[in-house]
Design a protein around this ligand. Structure first.
Ligand code: BES
Ligand code: ZN
Ligand code: ZN
Length: 457
């Protein structure tokens, strides 16, 4: 771990001194002559992310002065992390608790490396945390890194079976109930849509369920799209379209990490986590374009495109969630390419049938530097997902507004008065940025958790 939680050795730690824009002069006045001179000689101007290492009288590293970022707090330390030598650090700032918490979280996010297949032989840099922050920040960091690990793991090692095992690991850790309905059981237990999408894979489709908490408390249902690989099915994706599709279980990873946070913080709720875990594969028994599938809810779906599989598996999971009369349903899904076209890779669209929930969740996202953007469940577009022979088509007649038509499709499987939020997440960083390594990423996770803490406090 990149954090130090007890005080041992704290006084010997290397101090991290942030300088605001224009703060260089004031610092130089207080610094020793040698340090001031060294800063000038080195051309240190306290530009954003610029660092200056300062020795003590024995030539040991005493402190690091650095120029602050102008926007936000999350990446203040993340932006210098990679330029720091290995060692133990302590932040020496005039920032408030919220700001220190954010920056400390960014530190941990910057320290992340996916090392399952290639050990990082870097020596660690570790940050001392104050007591209060030590309780909140490491769990958030670990939850976000759980999402990254699950998404980064290739399908060979993160298929439906392994995804189910990852859920079981959390259930075991927190004493939650765990159940899997798999293969042909999906038919007898009435999850026909999940079965249809996943039946062509050698790793059988399954619905993974985790239940936790006080029977008398309000129920929160979390649902995550767990398509462990999306070939597109018989409507096969192109090479470039398929390249990243190990990440199509990113929604499940978000839902699982959120479930962990809920259980770890013992929120006073009852939790139901539902993950349809499948592979959208090609084989002789694959579901086909033109097929009509019966769903758990009884609605019939015409398959316009086997690549729009996420909404099909989610239809059964959402319907099942609503049977439990939840207080709130939240689903995460890497559902559409159209969401990326609309808002780019970093900003997940959030849809909700409840304006208050939506507003508060977006607000939490702003506060936690984990932004999402509200998008409409624009009812006239339901026209685009109608079918001449079934209740719905899984592929809209027009690609325009593709993340909206996908969300409208899901809405058909949510009971009318149940507050519901749908987050169409990318779950991926396309390039390396400070605190945001290329690869799997949690988007909206901290926002939603902050919202839940508020709602159920
Ligand atoms: N998993 C994809 C969506 C996706 C693609 C997310 C790329 C992130 C990056 C999903 O199953 C899919 O293929 N959706 C289709 C729907 C279309 C066939 C109606 C899409 O978005 O093109
Ligand atoms: Zn697809
Ligand atoms: Zn998909």
């Amino acid at each position: 771990m990149s954090y130090l939680l007890d005080d041992e050795g704290r006084t010997a730690a290397i101090r991290l001194l942030p300088l605001r824009k224009g703060g260089l002069r004031d610092w130089q006045k207080l610094a020793s002559d040698a340090h001031g001179q060294w800063a000038a000689t080195s051309g240190f101007e306290a530009r954003q992310g610029q660092v200056l290492a300062l020795p003590d009288s024995d030539g040991r590293l005493q402190s690091i002065v650095f120029g602050m970022q102008e926007n936000g707090w999350l990446y203040q330390l993340a932006s210098i992390y990679k330029s720091l030598p290995p060692g133990n650090y302590v932040l020496d700032s005039d920032w408030n608790d919220e700001q220190v918490g954010q920056a400390s979280l960014g530190w941990g996010l910057a320290a992340y490396a996916f090392d399952r297949y290639r050990k990082a032989n870097e020596k660690p840099r570790q940050l001392y945390l104050e007591k209060q922050i030590a309780k909140t920040v490491p769990p958030l960091c670990q939850a976000q890194c759980l999402v990254r690990d699950l998404v980064n793991t290739p399908t060979e090692h993160m298929g439906p079976a392994e995804l189910a095992a990852a859920v079981k690991a959390e259930a075991d850790r927190f004493g939650a109930r765990f159940r899997v309905v798999s293969g042909d059981e999906l038919l007898t237990e009435n999850f026909p849509a999940i079965h249809a999408v996943g039946r062509a894979s050698v790793s059988e489709p399954r619905l993974v369920e985790l239940a936790w908490g006080d029977e008398a408390a309000p129920l929160l249902a979390l649902v995550g799209k767990g398509v462990c690989f999306d070939t597109g099915g018989l409507d096969l994706k192109t090479t470039s379209g398929m390249g990243l599709m190990k990440k199509d279980m990113g929604g499940a990873a978000h839902a699982l990490a959120l479930a962990r946070l809920v259980m770890e913080h013992k929120l006073p709720i009852r939790l139901l986590l539902l993950i349809p875990a499948v592979e959208n594969s090609v084989a002789g028994n694959a579901y086909r374009p033109g097929d009509v599938i019966t769903t758990r809810k009884g609605l019939h779906i015409e398959i316009g495109n086997t690549d729009a599989e996420g909404r099909v598996v989610l239809s059964d999971a959402l319907a099942f969630a609503c049977e439990h009369e939840p207080d709130l349903v939240i689903d995460f899904a890497t559902l559409t390419g159209a969401a990326r076209v609309a808002l780019g890779a970093d900003l997940p669209p959030l849809f909700s049938n409840d304006a208050d929930v939506s507003r508060e969740m977006l607000k939490a996202g702003e506060q936690k530097e984990d932004p999402m953007w509200g998008m409409p469940l624009y009812q006239p577009y339901v026209e685009l997902i109608k079918s001449p022979i079934a209740d719905l088509n899984n592929s809209a007649k027009s690609p325009y507004g593709g993340c909206i038509t996908a969300a409208l499709f899901l809405e058909h499987f949510v009971t009318e008065d149940t507050p519901w939020v749908h987050i169409d997440t990318f779950a991926w960083n396309q390039s390396n940025r400070a605190g945001r390594p290329e690869g799997g990423e949690a988007l909206g996770l901290r926002a939603v958790f902050a919202y839940l803490q508020e709602r159920y406090s």
